[in-house]
Design a protein around this ligand. Structure first.
Ligand code: PGA
Length: 250
């Protein structure tokens, strides 16, 4: 089954509006020779400007999170309605930094998934285990719990545009990458879990991205694996030449 590659950059808490626009200008040099979907996730403050700067490029623009209420007295939160209002079409939910630093439990994420779907945002849903969980042999159990409870109550039809990102927490920002074999094994296991949860057709079609210290010199081997359909890149997505090389992986 051939799935369209998906290359995503998560800019985290980096870049002013001006820096964000400059980065988009730099990304226009990528050839996109693999005909991938390309997504960038700037801070909320830069979303509108990045949407405007991306006009005509085909880049998909994502928020890094959103709240589950449409509006109200929720100081500092940003709703899916507001995200859509910037022109962004995608949202990352469940990033491990959201889970570990800001209290995004599977239950909270389930509400965020509902809200994002309700407003037609395409979700990149992150899952992944800590080092302790991996060493304790709990990787699959943890991910299954994240998928079952995070996506609870939704059908394959409702989730048809969903993208999954597997990001082992121990590989994020640490310089430690999962080996291509570790990524493949876990991606395969995730696809099997999704087949059980949402059906084989869904599982065969869903794109599963790998994230965690992806860089120019490991992207080719990771992308060569059968069940790896793309990458979610943090640090290396902040430098246009580096991210362009990742977009144009071999
Ligand atoms: P990293 O981040 O590429 O800097 O490890 C990945 C992520 O958190 O999405």
């Amino acid at each position: 089954m051939s799935r369209k590659p998906f290359i995503a950059g998560n800019w985290k808490m980096h870049n002013t509006v001006e820096e964000s626009v400059n980065l988009i200008e730099g990304l226009k040099a990528a050839k996109n020779k693999n005909n991938a979907d390309i997504m960038v996730a700037p801070s909320f403050t830069s979303l509108s400007a990045v949407v405007r700067a991306s006009a005509g490029t085909g880049f998909k623009v994502a928020a890094q999170d959103c709240y589950y209420e449409d509006k109200g007295a929720f100081t500092s939160q940003v709703s899916p309605v507001q995200v859509k209002g910037t022109g962004a079409t995608h949202v990352i939910l469940g990033h491990s930094e959201r889970r570990s630093l800001f209290g995004d439990t599977n239950e909270v994420l389930n509400k965020k998934v509902a809200a994002a779907l309700n407003h037609g945002l395409v979700i990149v849903f992150c899952v992944g285990e800590t080092l302790e969980q991996r060493e304790g042999g709990k990787t699959e159990e943890v991910i299954k719990d994240q998928l079952v409870n995070g996506l609870k109550g939704f059908s394959a039809e409702q989730l048809k545009d969903l993208v999954i990102a597997y990001e082992p927490v121990w590989a994020i920002g640490t310089g430690k990458t999962a080996t291509p074999e570790q990524a493949q094994d876990t991606h395969k296991a995730i696809r099997a879990m999704l087949a059980e949860q949402l059906g084989k057709e869904f599982a065969d079609g869903v794109r599963i991205l790998y994230g965690g210290s992806v860089k120019a010199d490991n992207v080719d081997a990771i992308m060569a694996k059968e069940d790896v359909d793309g990458v979610l890149v943090g640090g290396q997505s902040l430098i246009a030449e580096k991210f362009n090389r990742i977009i144009d992986y071999n």
